[in-house]
Design a protein around this ligand. Structure first.
Ligand SMILES: [Zn+2]
Length: 242
Protein backbone atom coordinates (compact mmCIF):
# COMPACT_ATOMS: atom_id res chain seq x y z
CA UNK A 1 0.00 0.00 0.00
CA UNK A 2 1.50 3.36 -1.01
CA UNK A 3 1.28 6.60 0.97
CA UNK A 4 -1.60 7.96 -1.10
CA UNK A 5 -3.65 4.86 -0.42
CA UNK A 6 -2.72 4.95 3.24
CA UNK A 7 -3.76 8.61 3.48
CA UNK A 8 -7.04 7.81 1.69
CA UNK A 9 -7.58 5.00 4.22
CA UNK A 10 -6.89 7.36 7.13
CA UNK A 11 -9.31 9.97 5.76
CA UNK A 12 -11.89 7.22 5.36
CA UNK A 13 -11.40 6.10 8.95
CA UNK A 14 -11.71 9.67 10.19
CA UNK A 15 -15.00 10.07 8.32
CA UNK A 16 -16.30 6.74 9.56
CA UNK A 17 -15.37 7.69 13.12
CA UNK A 18 -17.09 11.08 12.70
CA UNK A 19 -20.21 9.30 11.55
CA UNK A 20 -19.93 6.79 14.38
CA UNK A 21 -19.81 9.57 16.94
CA UNK A 22 -22.85 11.32 15.40
CA UNK A 23 -24.80 8.04 15.45
CA UNK A 24 -23.84 7.24 19.03
CA UNK A 25 -24.95 10.72 20.05
CA UNK A 26 -28.25 10.23 18.21
CA UNK A 27 -28.84 6.89 19.89
CA UNK A 28 -28.14 8.33 23.34
CA UNK A 29 -30.19 11.52 23.02
CA UNK A 30 -33.97 11.40 22.83
CA UNK A 31 -35.39 14.26 20.73
CA UNK A 32 -36.38 17.40 22.65
CA UNK A 33 -40.17 17.15 22.01
CA UNK A 34 -40.15 13.63 23.47
CA UNK A 35 -38.13 14.80 26.50
CA UNK A 36 -40.72 17.53 27.06
CA UNK A 37 -43.62 15.08 26.80
CA UNK A 38 -41.91 12.74 29.25
CA UNK A 39 -41.10 15.58 31.66
CA UNK A 40 -44.64 16.90 31.68
CA UNK A 41 -45.70 13.37 32.65
CA UNK A 42 -43.10 13.35 35.44
CA UNK A 43 -44.17 16.68 36.92
CA UNK A 44 -47.80 15.60 36.74
CA UNK A 45 -46.96 12.41 38.65
CA UNK A 46 -45.00 14.38 41.26
CA UNK A 47 -47.94 16.76 41.82
CA UNK A 48 -50.24 13.76 42.02
CA UNK A 49 -48.12 12.07 44.72
CA UNK A 50 -47.96 15.30 46.75
CA UNK A 51 -51.72 15.78 46.66
CA UNK A 52 -52.37 12.14 47.47
CA UNK A 53 -50.16 12.43 50.55
CA UNK A 54 -52.03 15.57 51.65
CA UNK A 55 -55.30 13.74 51.12
CA UNK A 56 -54.16 10.94 53.43
CA UNK A 57 -53.31 13.43 56.21
CA UNK A 58 -56.64 15.22 55.85
CA UNK A 59 -58.66 12.00 55.80
CA UNK A 60 -57.07 10.91 59.06
CA UNK A 61 -57.81 14.31 60.59
CA UNK A 62 -61.39 14.17 59.36
CA UNK A 63 -61.90 10.79 61.03
CA UNK A 64 -60.39 12.02 64.30
CA UNK A 65 -62.55 15.17 64.30
CA UNK A 66 -65.72 13.19 63.63
CA UNK A 67 -64.99 11.00 66.64
CA UNK A 68 -64.23 13.97 68.89
CA UNK A 69 -67.39 15.76 67.78
CA UNK A 70 -69.47 12.71 68.53
CA UNK A 71 -67.99 12.48 72.06
CA UNK A 72 -68.51 16.20 72.68
CA UNK A 73 -72.13 15.96 71.60
CA UNK A 74 -72.71 13.13 74.07
CA UNK A 75 -71.08 15.22 76.76
CA UNK A 76 -73.30 18.17 75.87
CA UNK A 77 -76.35 15.93 76.11
CA UNK A 78 -75.22 14.83 79.56
CA UNK A 79 -74.82 18.41 80.84
CA UNK A 80 -78.13 19.46 79.32
CA UNK A 81 -79.87 16.71 81.29
CA UNK A 82 -77.97 17.78 84.42
CA UNK A 83 -79.06 21.36 83.84
CA UNK A 84 -82.71 20.33 83.94
CA UNK A 85 -82.14 18.54 87.25
CA UNK A 86 -80.25 21.22 89.18
CA UNK A 87 -81.86 22.51 92.35
CA UNK A 88 -79.54 25.29 93.46
CA UNK A 89 -78.10 28.38 91.78
CA UNK A 90 -74.60 27.14 92.54
CA UNK A 91 -75.26 23.86 90.74
CA UNK A 92 -76.77 25.73 87.81
CA UNK A 93 -73.74 28.02 87.50
CA UNK A 94 -71.40 25.01 87.50
CA UNK A 95 -73.39 23.12 84.86
CA UNK A 96 -73.74 26.18 82.63
CA UNK A 97 -70.00 26.72 82.80
CA UNK A 98 -69.38 23.08 81.79
CA UNK A 99 -71.88 23.43 78.99
CA UNK A 100 -70.19 26.59 77.71
CA UNK A 101 -66.86 24.85 77.72
CA UNK A 102 -68.19 21.85 75.74
CA UNK A 103 -70.02 24.13 73.28
CA UNK A 104 -66.78 26.04 72.69
CA UNK A 105 -64.82 22.87 71.99
CA UNK A 106 -67.56 21.55 69.74
CA UNK A 107 -67.73 24.77 67.78
CA UNK A 108 -63.99 24.91 67.06
CA UNK A 109 -63.94 21.25 65.96
CA UNK A 110 -66.98 21.66 63.74
CA UNK A 111 -65.35 24.65 62.07
CA UNK A 112 -62.15 22.74 61.52
CA UNK A 113 -64.08 19.75 60.14
CA UNK A 114 -65.81 22.00 57.65
CA UNK A 115 -62.44 23.43 56.50
CA UNK A 116 -61.00 19.92 56.16
CA UNK A 117 -63.95 18.76 54.10
CA UNK A 118 -63.68 21.77 51.81
CA UNK A 119 -59.99 21.19 51.25
CA UNK A 120 -60.65 17.50 50.57
CA UNK A 121 -63.24 18.43 48.00
CA UNK A 122 -60.78 20.73 46.21
CA UNK A 123 -58.07 18.07 46.39
CA UNK A 124 -60.34 15.42 44.93
CA UNK A 125 -61.17 17.68 42.03
CA UNK A 126 -57.43 18.35 41.41
CA UNK A 127 -56.61 14.65 41.69
CA UNK A 128 -59.28 13.75 39.16
CA UNK A 129 -57.61 16.11 36.68
CA UNK A 130 -54.06 14.99 37.49
CA UNK A 131 -54.86 11.28 37.33
CA UNK A 132 -56.05 11.63 33.82
CA UNK A 133 -53.60 11.75 30.91
CA UNK A 134 -55.82 13.15 28.20
CA UNK A 135 -56.18 10.92 25.13
CA UNK A 136 -54.38 13.65 23.12
CA UNK A 137 -51.43 13.71 25.55
CA UNK A 138 -51.24 9.96 25.53
CA UNK A 139 -51.40 9.76 21.74
CA UNK A 140 -48.75 12.46 21.34
CA UNK A 141 -46.43 10.76 23.82
CA UNK A 142 -46.89 7.31 22.31
CA UNK A 143 -46.33 8.60 18.78
CA UNK A 144 -43.16 10.40 19.88
CA UNK A 145 -41.90 7.28 21.68
CA UNK A 146 -42.55 5.12 18.61
CA UNK A 147 -40.82 7.58 16.27
CA UNK A 148 -37.83 7.72 18.61
CA UNK A 149 -37.66 3.91 18.78
CA UNK A 150 -37.62 3.76 14.98
CA UNK A 151 -34.92 6.45 14.75
CA UNK A 152 -32.81 4.57 17.25
CA UNK A 153 -33.26 1.31 15.41
CA UNK A 154 -32.14 2.89 12.13
CA UNK A 155 -29.18 4.63 13.78
CA UNK A 156 -28.12 1.38 15.49
CA UNK A 157 -28.28 -0.48 12.21
CA UNK A 158 -26.18 2.17 10.51
CA UNK A 159 -23.76 2.17 13.44
CA UNK A 160 -23.21 -1.56 13.04
CA UNK A 161 -22.46 -0.98 9.37
CA UNK A 162 -20.02 1.82 10.18
CA UNK A 163 -18.19 -0.33 12.72
CA UNK A 164 -17.99 -3.19 10.25
CA UNK A 165 -16.60 -0.80 7.64
CA UNK A 166 -13.98 0.52 10.10
CA UNK A 167 -12.75 -3.06 10.60
CA UNK A 168 -12.68 -3.63 6.84
CA UNK A 169 -10.69 -0.46 6.18
CA UNK A 170 -8.34 -1.51 8.98
CA UNK A 171 -7.78 -4.82 7.21
CA UNK A 172 -7.23 -3.05 3.87
CA UNK A 173 -4.63 -0.78 5.48
CA UNK A 174 -2.78 -3.69 7.06
CA UNK A 175 -1.73 -4.01 10.71
CA UNK A 176 1.20 -1.54 10.66
CA UNK A 177 -0.72 1.34 9.03
CA UNK A 178 -3.84 0.64 11.10
CA UNK A 179 -1.66 0.82 14.22
CA UNK A 180 -0.25 4.19 13.05
CA UNK A 181 -3.77 5.47 12.58
CA UNK A 182 -4.86 4.30 16.03
CA UNK A 183 -1.92 6.07 17.69
CA UNK A 184 -2.73 9.28 15.82
CA UNK A 185 -6.42 8.94 16.65
CA UNK A 186 -5.80 8.33 20.32
CA UNK A 187 -3.66 11.45 20.66
CA UNK A 188 -5.76 13.81 18.53
CA UNK A 189 -9.34 12.52 18.61
CA UNK A 190 -11.98 13.43 17.65
CA UNK A 191 -10.27 15.22 14.72
CA UNK A 192 -7.01 13.44 13.93
CA UNK A 193 -7.05 13.68 10.12
CA UNK A 194 -8.05 17.13 8.88
CA UNK A 195 -8.37 18.80 5.47
CA UNK A 196 -6.50 21.88 4.38
CA UNK A 197 -8.55 25.03 4.54
CA UNK A 198 -6.93 26.91 1.63
CA UNK A 199 -3.41 27.24 3.00
CA UNK A 200 -4.36 26.83 6.66
CA UNK A 201 -5.01 23.90 8.98
CA UNK A 202 -8.79 23.50 9.27
CA UNK A 203 -8.52 22.24 12.84
CA UNK A 204 -6.32 24.86 14.56
CA UNK A 205 -6.54 27.50 11.78
CA UNK A 206 -2.77 28.02 11.78
CA UNK A 207 -1.42 29.35 8.48
CA UNK A 208 0.86 26.63 7.04
CA UNK A 209 4.30 27.02 5.49
CA UNK A 210 4.00 27.18 1.66
CA UNK A 211 6.32 24.16 1.29
CA UNK A 212 4.15 22.16 3.70
CA UNK A 213 1.01 23.11 1.77
CA UNK A 214 2.78 21.94 -1.41
CA UNK A 215 3.76 18.62 0.18
CA UNK A 216 0.23 18.04 1.45
CA UNK A 217 -1.09 18.70 -2.07
CA UNK A 218 1.24 16.22 -3.72
CA UNK A 219 0.39 13.67 -1.04
CA UNK A 220 3.57 11.68 -1.41
CA UNK A 221 4.30 11.61 2.30
CA UNK A 222 2.14 11.94 5.39
CA UNK A 223 2.34 15.55 6.54
CA UNK A 224 1.33 17.01 9.88
CA UNK A 225 0.32 20.49 10.97
CA UNK A 226 3.33 22.18 12.67
CA UNK A 227 1.04 23.66 15.30
CA UNK A 228 -1.45 20.93 16.29
CA UNK A 229 0.29 17.84 14.86
CA UNK A 230 -2.82 16.61 13.07
CA UNK A 231 -2.47 14.71 9.83
CA UNK A 232 -3.27 17.00 6.90
CA UNK A 233 -4.82 16.16 3.54
CA UNK A 234 -5.94 18.01 0.45
CA UNK A 235 -9.71 17.52 0.10
CA UNK A 236 -9.47 18.15 -3.65
CA UNK A 237 -7.10 15.27 -4.38
CA UNK A 238 -7.72 12.59 -1.75
CA UNK A 239 -10.27 9.95 -2.72
CA UNK A 240 -11.64 8.40 0.43
CA UNK A 241 -12.65 4.73 0.28
CA UNK A 242 -16.08 5.72 1.59
ZN1 LIG B 1 -3.33 22.45 13.01
Amino acid sequence: MNTKEELAGFVTLQRLLDRKSVLKQQIATPPEPLVQLRTSGDSRRAALAEKQARRGVLSAEQEQLAKEIEDLREEREHFRKQKSLVTTMKQLTAVVSELDHVEGQLKSREERLLAVMQELETLDADLAVLQRETPEERAAREAAEAAWEEQRRLASEELEGVERRIREVGRQLGPAAFERFKRLWNSRRPHAVVPLDGTACSACHAELRPSLVQQVRTGEELQYCDTCRRLLYDPDTVNPLW
